[in-house]
Write a protein of this length. Structure first.
Lengths: 178, 131
């Protein structure tokens, strides 16, 4: 069952995987609501599946899209299996431990509200928003990853932005007044 | 739905550079004239800036920080194990059915020539412990 590396391919494949690792972890952290430890575990599982050939990678395919498809699927599986419920306590503050000045604490609060608002989006909207806004993926790439039409990606992004506008309105207004 | 509503729906795709050329020019022309849509556009841009405050740190983790958290890898392994158990159970059923068929076939052929044998047929060895 284990996939034997092709003679000239092993090094290239491993190098490409290593290059993609940080990216996979970063996306998984956001998809898992800032939970770094779970994201690391999921990233590990992504590469394990690729290496074992559980999910087949086509040589001519888009490696990033392929990795992202598995990442999104594993994150969704994990959330469903563990009946993931979003609450403010679930939002893992990634910066608070490093800084403790008042200004940074305020910035952290905004960041946490953003994180919470994104976590409260529907699974579909959140995934599209994260891949589009944070990872800068084009709509056609997201459509390939999620296996949905281009128009669906556009409408999910639109709905995500509308919902975030509603949830973060006080912060948007505060910024407007600055 | 008026023109503003329609074009505001395209603002996001436009900001992402995903609109076809003609739709993008129509949006630009409309924004030049409509103060309300320009305001919405600015709000979308502010939302983008606000979203960027969520930074993700991927510097190496302390070695013991993952130990207390549930592991999805472990859950997946459990799932796999459960699947394997089901497969084994199915295989056992198949083996039992095959053994039954084989016993029936052997018994029938032996019964046919039983009158020629001076002793009873030997009991079949139970290699699978009755499973």
């Amino acid at each position: 069952m284990n996939r034997e590396p092709f003679p000239n391919e092993a090094t290239d494949f491993s190098r490409q995987m290593a290059e993609c690792r940080e990216w996979v972890v970063r996306v998984a952290i956001r998809l898992m609501n800032g939970d770094r430890a779970i994201a690391e575990d999921i990233a590990q599982e992504v590469f394990l599946r690729v290496w074992n050939g559980t999910d087949r990678y086509q040589e001519q395919g888009n490696l990033r899209a392929y990795l992202m498809t598995i990442t999104c699927r594993l994150c969704t599986d994990y959330r469903r299996r563990n009946h993931w419920v979003t609450s403010l306590e679930d939002c893992h503050d990634l910066t608070a431990s490093r800084h403790n000045t008042t200004a940074v604490a305020e910035a952290n609060e905004v960041s946490q509200q953003v994180q919470k608002a994104i976590a409260e989006l529907s699974e579909e909207q959140r995934t599209v928003f994260i891949l589009s806004h944070y990872e800068g993926l084009r709509y056609h790439e997201i459509a390939e990853i999620l296996g949905c039409p281009l128009g669906t990606v556009a409408s999910r992004k639109y709905m995500a932005v509308q919902n975030l506008r509603d949830k973060l309105r006080p912060y948007l207004q505060a910024e407007e007044n600055v | 739905m008026n023109e503003c509503d329609l074009l505001q729906m395209q603002l996001i795709a436009g900001a992402d550079g995903e609109l076809p050329e003609d739709a993008a020019s129509r949006l630009t022309a409309h924004l030049a004239e409509c103060a309300e849509c320009r305001m919405v556009q600015k709000e979308m841009a502010r939302l983008g800036t606000l979203a960027d405050t969520w930074l993700v740190d991927i510097s190496p983790l302390p070695a013991d920080s993952q130990k207390e958290l549930p592991s999805p890898t472990l859950s997946l392994l459990y799932d796999e194990l459960r699947g394997m158990r089901l497969e084994i159970s199915e295989l056992r059923k198949e083996i039992a059915a095959l053994r039954q068929q084989e016993t029936f076939r052997t018994t029938s052929s032996r019964t046919h020539s039983m009158s020629l044998l001076p002793y009873a047929p030997p009991v079949e060895l139970d290699l699978l412990g009755g499973r």
